[in-house]
Design a protein around this ligand. Structure first.
Ligand SMILES: [Zn+2]
Length: 314
């Protein structure tokens, strides 16, 4: 029988920036509440307890200097980890380690066949770079996951698809010359939104040229433009072979998000997750790990992410 793991637990609520920061526990709590309501009609879904990773896991992707810097900033709990978007707070190292550990735990359970697919709401922290924080992201669990799959599990190729309203710059540029990472990203045009990157002509470098697809959308694009763009992602993915699919399904593209203007509905997320499931079933035994990513309107977060879980679990 099909089983889909969904990470749920207090430990993931620890990744919550203080004061009125948009990346806070309220968004995750809204998802948990809606997921509890939906779960009885989704017998395939099984909750999974979050897990902390160890430093060696983080070092698969991040530099030792940066990890030490986060540990030190966590001790004082003051100031910023970057230039002003990502504050340090007491316990931030442990909170970020739960994010990475939970992503890796679900990854392993998919690889052993215990789950067909899985979702972690507090994952997909795609802006962190190997040596620095960025855009609310301390450790890039998606980057760690890719390194883990290629280096520890010996997978040949990994597909990473990102539908967060912001460009997944950390994953894009830290694997820009890595042809084993098939990367596709639909996001709000970088001239109108952080981090200001992800243009059409950015397709990878050296032997990886052609393995990256960046599709910027203009503000107010809505579902129709998104679905058209996603069909281009589908055609792109069909050209490659890969052994695993990672989906960063940020909910900040939905109408009513306080930070962005793409104006999707949750139909965008349902479409993307269903299409990717179909592609993964054809290419890699259906193995997909979806990661929540951004999303700063709690109601939207709950709608978009439960749509993803439904598409994976139905
Ligand atoms: Zn975002």
């Amino acid at each position: 029988m099909r089983k889909v793991g969904v990470a749920k637990g207090q430990q993931l609520l620890l990744y919550s920036f203080p004061d009125a920061h948009p990346m806070n526990r309220i968004r995750l709590e809204a998802f948990y509440e809606k997921m509890d309501l939906e779960k009885p009609s989704l017998p395939a879904v099984e909750y999974v307890e979050p897990e902390m990773c160890n430093v060696e896991d983080i070092l698969l992707y991040h530099t030792r200097e940066y990890v030490d810097f986060v540990i030190e900033k966590c001790r004082t709990g003051r100031g910023y980890l970057d230039y002003g978007d990502t504050p340090a707070f007491p316990g931030c190292f442990e909170a970020a380690s739960y994010v990475v550990g939970t992503t890796l735990k679900l990854l392993r359970k998919i690889l052993t066949g215990e789950f067909s697919a899985a979702f972690t709401p507090m994952g997909g922290l795609h802006h962190a770079r190997r040596d620095r924080a960025g855009g609310f992201c301390i450790f890039n669990d998606a980057g760690v996951a890719i390194e883990y799959l290629l280096r520890k599990e010996g997978l040949e190729n990994v597909a990473y698809v990102d539908i967060d309203a912001h460009h997944g710059d950390g994953v894009c540029y830290d694997f820009y010359r890595e042809k084993r990472v098939i990367f596709a990203d639909i996001h709000q045009d970088g001239r109108t939104l952080y981090p200001g990157t992800g243009f059409r002509n950015e397709t990878g470098e050296g032997e990886a040229k052609g393995t990256k697809l960046n599709i910027p959308l203009l503000p107010y694009s809505g579902d129709d433009e998104f679905i058209k763009a996603f069909q281009e992602v589908e055609a792109f993915l069909e050209k490659f072979q890969f052994d695993f699919v990672l989906l960063q399904c940020g909910a900040d593209g939905l109408m009513g998000d306080p930070l962005t203007n793409l104006q999707y509905s949750q139909k965008a997320h349902a479409y993307a997750a269903s299409a990717l499931r179909r592609i993964a079933e054809g290419k890699c035994g259906g193995r997909i790990l979806a990661m929540g990513g951004g999303g700063y309107n709690p109601n939207n977060v709950a709608l978009a992410w439960t749509s993803v879980v439904k598409a994976l679990a139905d």
